[in-house]
Design a protein around this ligand. Structure first.
Ligand code: TYM
Length: 331
């Protein structure tokens, strides 16, 4: 690796990516590949903090890996791997857990939300999840972490853990900076625009999956909840329209003023149809590319095996230094 800054990010393989995952995170990852050293992973270890069906998890993990490639991540340019293939993450996690406070983990809103959603399975992995996420990032001493707004709190905790470690054992970890886009960092549910779009939403119309076909995408946008006015403009209180405008802006590159004049005097019906068509057309090449890549299992295997070897080599150097710093006897 040369001396370019280092980017790290990851996504859980809990089903097809949503339009939120795509706009808020994944689609911003490919353009970073030329400017930075990039490391991206499919976070299957994070996924088992909620119950997963093993065969389905395996299938979703392969699909997520192929989807990342379909979204433009190039295993020749970036290190692209599956989290459970690289044991250094778990090895570092233990040290970081011992430098993370119970109170800090208790304050994580995602932990509170998920433990409310799955009261029968509030497991220790769900609780210590942010420490594993910090290990993912710190195992590479990443400079920037491109994520959606919902991961900001976890990232702040990762920074605190890094800082605490540095104070205790001497300066070592880089403080990772969040890298969050201005428009689209929080794509909202199409059925309740005060909530973020999430694949775990019970209402299938709330969420666009990036492999949905054109008709499905248009149908879901046509049913999107808006308001009782009839003016396409970005204004506080118009959560549904604001969300659709942000999505439309992200896939067309038009700013809000241009969108407002494009739809001046037109109704919400026209606007929703235009958003649906623009999103479907934008995602079409991703779908085609995904079908091509997922069919070639041998190539996929070669990519994720090489990716894991590179990630392990890189992170092992860092984790061995951490083990030495905390006082473990060198092997
Ligand atoms: P995950 O798998 O929930 O989401 C992956 C990425 O998608 C973003 N995202 C959204 N952005 C905008 N609008 C939305 N509605 C939306 N929903 C999701 C997320 O912010 C995220 O960037 N814990 C992480 C995965 C992870 C990770 C890491 C990320 C594991 N280790 C280390 C960064 C660094 C997660 O569950 O993301």
């Amino acid at each position: 690796m040369d001396d370019k800054k280092l980017i790290f990010s990851a996504i859980q393989p809990t089903g097809t990516f949503t339009l939120g995952n795509y706009i808020g995170a994944v689609r911003n990852w490919a353009p970073l590949q030329d400017q930075y050293n990039c490391i991206y992973c499919v976070a299957d270890m994070h996924a088992i903090t909620v119950k997963q069906e093993p065969a389905k998890l395996r299938q979703n993990t392969m699909a997520a890996y192929a989807l990342l490639m379909a979204c433009g991540l190039d295993p020749e340019k970036s290190i692209l791997f599956i989290q459970s293939h690289v044991p250094t993450h778990a090895l570092l996690n233990w040290v970081l857990c011992c430098n993370t406070q119970f109170g800090e983990l208790s304050r994580m809103t995602q932990f509170k939300d998920k433990s409310q959603k799955h009261p029968d399975d509030v497991n220790a992995g769900l609780f210590t999840y942010p420490s594993l996420m910090a290990a993912d990032i710190l195992a590479y001493n990443a400079d920037f972490v491109p994520v959606g707004v919902d991961q900001k709190q976890h990232l702040e905790l990762a920074r605190n853990i890094a800082q605490r470690f540095n104070q205790r054992y001497g300066d070592f970890f880089t403080q990772p900076e969040p890298y969050i886009i201005d428009v689209g960092a929080k794509v909202m549910s199409l059925q309740d625009p005060t909530k973020k779009m999430s694949k775990s939403d019970e209402n299938p119309n709330a969420c666009i999956l990036i492999l949905d076909d054109k008709d499905t995408i248009i149908r879901k946008f046509k049913r999107a909840v808006t308001d009782s006015e009839a003016e396409v403009c970005y204004r506080e209180g118009k959560d549904g329209i604001n969300n659709l405008m942000a999505i439309y802006s992200c896939v067309t590159g038009k700013d809000f003023a241009a969108i407002e004049s494009e739809f001046a005097g037109k109704g919400y019906g026209d606007f929703k149809l235009a958003v649906g068509e623009a999103v479907a057309d934008h995602l079409e090449p991703v779908r085609t590319e995904f079908d091509r890549i997922i069919a070639d299992k041998a190539y996929l295997k070669q990519c994720y095996t090489d990716g894991a070897a590179k990630a392990f080599k890189y992170s092992q150097r860092i984790v061995s230094k951490v083990y030495h710093k905390v006082g473990f006897v060198d092997r």
